[in-house]
Design a binder for this molecule. Sequence first.
Ligand code: GLU
Length: 452
Amino acid sequence: MRLRFAPSPTGALHIGGARTALYNWLLARRPGADGDSEASALVLRIEDTDRERSTSENVEQILEALEWLGLDWDEGPIFQTHNAARHREALEQLLAGGHAYHSNATSDDVRAYKRRHGSDRGFRGEPESGGAVRLHVPDDGFTVVDDIIRGKTRFPNVSLDDPVIARADGSAVYNFAVAVDDLDARITHVVRGEDHLSNTPKQLLVFAALAVAPPRYAHLPLLHGPDGKKLSKRHGAASVQELRDAGYLPEAVDNYIALLGAGFAADEEFFTLPQLAERFRLERVSKNPAVFDERKLRHLNGRHLRELPADALTRRLEQFTGRTGLHAAVEITREKIQTLADFWPLAGFLFDGPVDDPAAFEKVLGSTEGRQSLAAARAALAALPEFSRENVERALRGVVEQRGLRPAQVFQPVRVAIAGTTVSPGIFESVTLLGRTRTLELIDRALARGAD
Ligand code: GLU
C-alpha cells in the first residue's frame, strides 16, 4: 500500500487530523501489509495552497506533533505549492485532449443553467477562449465512489457539474491538485476525514479524464464529544500540543485515538503502536461518528504511565516539570497519577514544602484531637531507632492503637503537617522520603501554627 497524510498547515494538528495520520501510519507499518512486491510507504504532503492561512509555523507545529506521536513517514514532506508546474502540465494535457475547456461561467450562470435544465442536471458550459478551466463530465455512465468504509455511492454523471479545475490564471484548484499529487505519488489508498467525501467524485473525474486508475478511498467518520456534538475546543484539549501540555503520553494518545471507531473488541484496550499496526484493519472502521472522551484517555494514560519503567517515567516527569531529582518521588507517586500533570500537585511538597490549604488545615488540625494525634505521632517518629519505611508505619500504627483511633485520625494530621493538604502519596512513604529531621520540623511548624 502507498498511503499519504496530507494536512493543510492552516492551524495546529487537531485530534481528528492526528487520527487520520495515525490510521495511515498504522496501515503503512502493518507487518507484511500486502502481497505486493512493493513495500508499503507513507507519504507526507503539506497542502499549502491556501497561501494566506498556510504558515511555516503551522508546518513546524504539525511536524512536531507527528514526531511527538511517534509517527514517521517515508517520503516528503512534499509541499503542494512546489508541484504547481506539474499541475499546469496535467492541465495542458487535459485541455489538449479535449477533456477540459476554458469557461467564464460564474456560479450565477450555473444556477441559471439549472433553472433551465432542471436542478438534477449537472452544469455543462460552452467552451470559450479564456477564463477558468472546467473538466468535461461525460453525460452517460456513473462516477462510483467505492469507499472501503462506507461502501458504494453511485453518482449519475449527468447530475455532476463540470468541475472547475483551474482558475483563470492557470493555477490549479484544490481538487485538481490533490488528484494530480495522489497520482504522481502513486498513492493506492486515500484515507482521510469524512469532511472530504464530497470532494471524491470530483477527484475521481480527474483520474478518469487523465485515463488513469484512481486510488481506493476510505473516509473516516468524524469525531464527536461525549455530548454527541462535533469535537471542538469545548470538549477540552483539541490539538496534539494541548494534549501534550495537559500531561498525556504520546503512547496513550496513539492508543486512545486508534481505538476511536476502529472496531476493536470492547474488552481490548491497551495497545502499543506495533500491536496497533498489527491489528488495525480499515475494513473494520465504523461508519458512525466515534466519541472522543477525555476521561477515557485519562484512564488509558494512567495505564500507560504505570507500564513505563520508573527511570523512563522519571525522565518524562523531569522534562514535563523542568525539575530534577524526582526519582524517589516518582516511585511513591506513580500508582496515584493518571497524567504527567497530576504529579506535581501531589508530590511538589516533597521538594518545595507544604502547600497552603487553610481549609484542610482547619479541618484536620483545627481541633485539639487532631493536634494531640499529631503530637503523639511526632513523639513516636522521634523515638524510632532507624527511620525506615517499616518503622515509620509501625510507629504511626502504634499511635492509632494506643489512642484507640481510626487510622485516618492519625494519618491525616501527619499528612496535613507535611503536605499542607489532605492528598499526598502514601503517608509512610512520604514521611520516609522526607526523612526524620524534615518531618519533625514540619510537624513542629504545624503544631505551632495550630496553637496560634
Ligand atoms: N488537506 C486536507 C486537510 O487537511 C486533506 C485532503 C486529503 O486528505 O485529501 O483536511
